[in-house]
Design a protein around this ligand. Structure first.
Ligand code: KG4
Ligand code: ZN
Length: 375
C-alpha cells in the first residue's frame, strides 16, 4: 500500500510540475537595422518576465551612408544572428531545449532583413520540434508596454516609429482599428531627416532632442500641416521642406540649436492637438470601458514628448502608459511578448510562413485610397 501511495504522490508531483511550467518563448527581431533576441516567460500571476534582451545595433555599418542600406543590413544580420540568439539563451540561464516556442518578426520591414530572423527562427523551432510563431513587428510595439505593466483591452495606442505614425484602438491580440495615420512621412523619419539637414550624424533622431535643449523654441515659425483638419491624421512632410529652406541661411551653432528646438516644439504642439482629437474619437468607439493611452515605438523615447503627453493625460483623465526606454526602440522582448500571448491561445504558424514587407495592423484601413484621409 505504501508503495502504491508513493507512486500516486510521484504522479501528482509530475502533474503539478507540468501544469505550473510556464511557457518559455524565444523572440527574434531583424526587420531593419537591429539584430535582437530575447527570452521571456511569465510568473504565477501571468505577468511577463524578461530573462534576457539582447540588441545589437548596426549604426556603425550604416553611418557613412547616412541611412540604412538594406543589403548591408541583411549581411550584418546573417553575421550576427547565431551568436545574438546564443547570448540571449545563455543570459536567460536556460537551455535551447527548454524553449516552448520561437517567435520571429515576419513583417513589416525590409524583406532581405526579415528573411534572416524568420528563417533562423523557423530552423530553431523545427530542430527542437516546438511551435513557430510569426509576429507583426508593429504588434510587438503595440504590446511592448505589457512587458512591465498590466494592461487591459481596449486601449488607445499612439505608435510613433521610424516607419509608422498611427493612432489605433487596440481591441485585443490581432484586433486593431486605425483611427488616424500619417499621410506622408513617419514621425521618426521627420526627426531623422531634420537631423540630416542640420548635419547631425546618422542616426540623428535622438540627437535632435539633445540639440533642442540648447536652443530657443520660439525662434522659427514652422508649418503644422493639417493641424485643424483631417481628424487625428498626421502630416510631417511640409516641415522637412520648411527646415530645408531655413538651413540654407543658417550660419551659427546657436541658430542650429534654435532650429532643433523649434522643430521639437512644433512636433509637441502637433501631437498635443492630434492626441486630443484621438481621445475624442476613441471615446466614441464601442466597448471603451477605461481611458487608457499607450505610446510606443522609437520616438516614444523622446523625453519631452513623453512629459507633454503625460501632462495631457492628466488634463483629460487618461491613464498614460509608456514602455521603458529599452523597449521603445526595436527589440526582441516585444516580439517574444506577442509570441507569449499567441502561444497561450495556441496561435501557431506553419514553417512556410512568408516574410511580409507590408503588413498593416488594421487590414481594412490598409487598402483605403489615400490612407482614407478626408481633408
Ligand atoms: O521603433 P524604432 O526603433 O524602429 C522602427 O520600427 O522604425 O524607431 C526608430 C525611430 C528613428 O526614426 C529614430 O530617430 C526615432 O525612432 N527616435 C527618436 C528618439 N529615439 C529614437 N526620435 C526622437 N527622439 C528620440 N529620443
Ligand atoms: Zn520598430
Amino acid at each position: 500500500i505504501n508503495l502504491f501511495l508513493t507512486c500516486i504522490e510521484i504522479v501528482q508531483l509530475i502533474k503539478t510540475i507540468c501544469m505550473s511550467k510556464k511557457p518559455l518563448i524565444l523572440g527574434i527581431e531583424t526587420s531593419c537595422d537591429e539584430t535582437a533576441a530575447s527570452i521571456i516567460t511569465e510568473n504565477e500571476e501571468g505577468n511577463p518576465i524578461v530573462l534576457s534582451n539582447i540588441v545589437s545595433s548596426q549604426v556603425e555599418v550604416h553611418k557613412e551612408f547616412g541611412g540604412v542600406v538594406p543589403e548591408l543590413a541583411a549581411r550584418s544580420h546573417i553575421e550576427k544572428i547565431d551568436w545574438i540568439v546564443e547570448k540571449a539563451i545563455d543570459e536567460s540561464g536556460k537551455k535551447i531545449t527548454d524553449i516552448d516556442a520561437v517567435a520571429s518578426t515576419a513583417g513589416p520591414g525590409l524583406i532581405v532583413c526579415l528573411s534572416v530572423g524568420l528563417s533562423f527562427g523557423k530552423a530553431i523551432a523545427g530542430s527542437i520540434n516546438k511551435p513557430f510563431i510569426a509576429v507583426n513587428h508593429l504588434e510587438g510595439h503595440a504590446l511592448s508596454p505589457k512587458l512591465n505593466s498590466s494592461l487591459d483591452y481596449p486601449y488607445l495606442l499612439l505608435l510613433i516609429s521610424g516607419g509608422h505614425s498611427q493612432f489605433l484602438k487596440v481591441k485585443g491580440l490581432g484586433k486593431y482599428k486605425r483611427l488616424g495615420t500619417t499621410i506622408d512621412d513617419a514621425l521618426g523619419e521627420a526627426f531623422d531627416k531634420t537631423a540630416k539637414l542640420l548635419g547631425v550624424e546618422f542616426p540623428g533622431g535622438p540627437q535632435i532632442e539633445v540639440l533642442a535643449e540648447k536652443g530657443d523654441p520660439n525662434k522659427y515659425e514652422l508649418p503644422k500641416p493639417i493641424f485643424n483638419k483631417g481628424g487625428c491624421n498626421l502630416s510631417f512632410a511640409g516641415l522637412k521642406t520648411a527646415i530645408l529652406k531655413i538651413t540654407k541661411s543658417i550660419k551659427t551653432e546657436k541658430e542650429k540649436f534654435d532650429l532643433a528646438a523649434s522643430f521639437q516644439k512644433t512636433i509637441e504642439e502637433i501631437l498635443y492637438k492630434k492626441t486630443k482629437v484621438a481621445f475624442s474619437e476613441f471615446e466614441k468607439q464601442n466597448g471603451v470601458k477605461e481611458k487608457i493611452f499607450v505610446v510606443a515605438g522609437g520616438v516614444a523615447a523622446n523625453k519631452k514628448i513623453r512629459s507633454m503627453l503625460i501632462g495631457l493625460c492628466e488634463e483629460k483623465n487618461y491613464k498614460s502608459i509608456f514602455p521603458p526606454i529599452e523597449f521603445c526602440g526595436d527589440n526582441a522582448a516585444m516580439i517574444a511578448m506577442v509570441g507569449l500571448e499567441k502561444y497561450k491561445l495556441k496561435l501557431f504558424d506553419k514553417l512556410d510562413h512568408p516574410a511580409k514587407p507590408r503588413w498593416s495592423l488594421d487590414e481594412e484601413a490598409a487598402f483605403l485610397k489615400g490612407a482614407g484621409v478626408r481633408l
